[in-house]
Design a protein around this ligand. Structure first.
Ligand code: HEC
Length: 110
């Protein structure tokens, strides 16, 4: 019992010592992704938790995880997601931007 308490304290200290807690980092990334998506994707796709896509063929982002594993989306974005999207402009993103967009889309699917 005593041993358990001590190791728990150690774990908590380790989280704070290791830079920003993982959760805050995730939230920042998600916020960045939300901005990118609003600027680059929202004119066709529904990007929030509710609402319809403006473009009739564009899937709402909150449903993407039902079509693909979100990891595949990361790969598709890295390759330039132009394949199979006639109406969709090619979007060239840095790995950091892709990470943010994917984190945001993943956050919708929870
Ligand atoms: C000009 C309109 C337009 C914009 C802007 C746009 N999309 Fe799309 N997107 C579409 C359409 C239309 C489809 C459906 C194409 C199809 O089913 O063939 C689509 C499909 C997708 C799909 C599903 C892929 C598939 O093969 O079914 C993903 C993922 C996607 N878009 C991501 C994005 C992201 C991320 C952005 C912003 C960086 C974005 N889109 C911006 C029109 C757009």
């Amino acid at each position: 019992m005593r041993h358990l308490t001590v190791s728990r304290i150690v774990a908590v200290v380790a989280v704070f010592a290791g830079g920003p807690p993982a959760l805050a980092g995730d939230n920042l990334q998600i916020a960045h992704g939300r901005k990118l998506v609003k600027a680059n994707c929202a004119r066709c796709h529904a990007t929030g938790l509710t609402g319809k896509s403006t473009h009739p063929d564009a899937p709402p982002f909150r449903r993407l995880h039902l079509r693909y594993p979100i990891e595949d989306l990361e790969e598709a974005l890295a390759e330039g997601i132009s394949t199979g999207h006639p109406d969709m402009p090619e979007f060239v993103a840095s790995p950091q931007q892709i990470g943010a967009i994917v984190a945001y889309i993943r956050s919708l699917s929870r």
